[in-house]
Ligand binder design. Structure first.
Ligand code: NI
Ligand code: MN
Length: 226
């Protein structure tokens, strides 16, 4: 399985001929190497309903008939936009033909901002465990550090964890390094930094904070073979 990073919280997994895209924020993402024209997802996994995570979901899902998997409230809202969705919720897992998805807690906000200045409630934010080919990937979404990350790691041996380090909206580098310890992930990749001025961070400084020496900085377009 090929796992690649594409700036902000955008992660792509290619497994069994399927392309699975996490949080496809492409338009307006100054860091991404992807274009809306070139990306062809079969599945879109969304951690939460903020615009920098939902991103180009509606356009991409319509164009490629992609299945959108996310929490119930956001899934229902997106189904009303004509998308094919699979609603889930925190703590629940489901075996799809492309792999298993489980939503985990995340401490964060929620709400999609519309062009006419409304905030639409989009359910609880989540982290996502994705399991395929005997490997487990954890995408933490946007979250604070919380002690139940230990529980997530105990229940699911994690091969690769994507953790936000930007601070301001999520964990900063120190808290993310502590999170990595709680999760016990084999490899840790920082995300959600340098996209906007308030979340400017040096990812290499974060890597140095990891006691287990198991961090890896992925530049947009870089990938890991799992
Ligand atoms: Ni957010
Ligand atoms: Mn965010």
């Amino acid at each position: 399985m090929k796992v690649s990073y594409h700036g902000h919280s955008v992660v792509k997994v290619e497994t069994d001929g399927k392309s699975i895209l996490f949080d496809p924020f492409i338009t307006g993402n100054p860091l991404t190497d992807l274009t809306v024209e070139d990306v062809k997802p079969d599945v879109i996994l969304l951690t939460h309903g903020h615009n920098d995570h939902v991103g180009d979901t509606v356009q991409l899902a319509k164009k490629h008939d992609a299945l959108v998997v996310t929490n119930n409230e956001l899934a229902v809202y997106l189904s009303w936009q004509g998308l094919k969705t699979h609603p889930m919720h925190i703590g629940g897992a489901y075996q799809f033909d492309f792999g298993k998805v489980k939503l985990t807690p995340a401490f964060h906000g929620t709400g999609l901002e519309t062009e006419d200045k409304q905030i639409i409630y989009t359910g609880m934010p989540a982290g996502i465990l994705f399991m395929a080919e005997g490997k487990t990937i954890y995408h933490a979404g946007d979250t604070a550090l919380f002690s139940d990350m230990k529980l997530i790691g105990d229940r699911h041996p994690i091969d690769l964890a994507f953790l936000p380090i930007g601070d301001n909206f999520t964990m900063g580098p120190e808290d993310a390094a502590y999170a990595a310890k709680l999760l016990g992930a084999k490899t840790v990749v920082p995300i959600h930094y340098n996209t906007f001025p308030p979340i400017k961070q040096d990812p290499n400084e974060f890597i140095k904070l990891l006691e287990a020496g198991n961090g890896k900085v992925l530049n947009p377009g870089d990938s890991i073979e799992l």
